[in-house]
Design a protein. Structure first.
Length: 73
């Protein structure tokens, strides 16, 4: 008997949820949903979500700054 949780809409719902929670980046969530980044972003907009770019926490900002400073060396 096939599972009812492995259809395309379930993959999309899971990807949207993980993106909204910050578990996946926009690109990774799109990949998990089997879509291009732009298709996924359109789905988010149609559902009323705002795309989140860049770091979401102070720790993510610090990590990005540290990486940028290391690139300058």
């Amino acid at each position: 008997m096939a599972s009812s949780s492995d259809g395309p809409s379930d993959k999309l719902a899971t990807a949207v949820g993980r993106y909204a929670l910050g578990d996946l980046s926009l690109g990774r969530a799109a990949e998990a949903a089997g879509m291009s980044r732009w298709e996924f972003e359109e789905v988010l907009e149609d559902a009323g979500f705002t795309s989140l770019y860049g770091p979401r926490t102070d720790e993510q900002v610090k990590r990005e700054v540290d990486i940028a400073l290391d690139l300058d060396k």
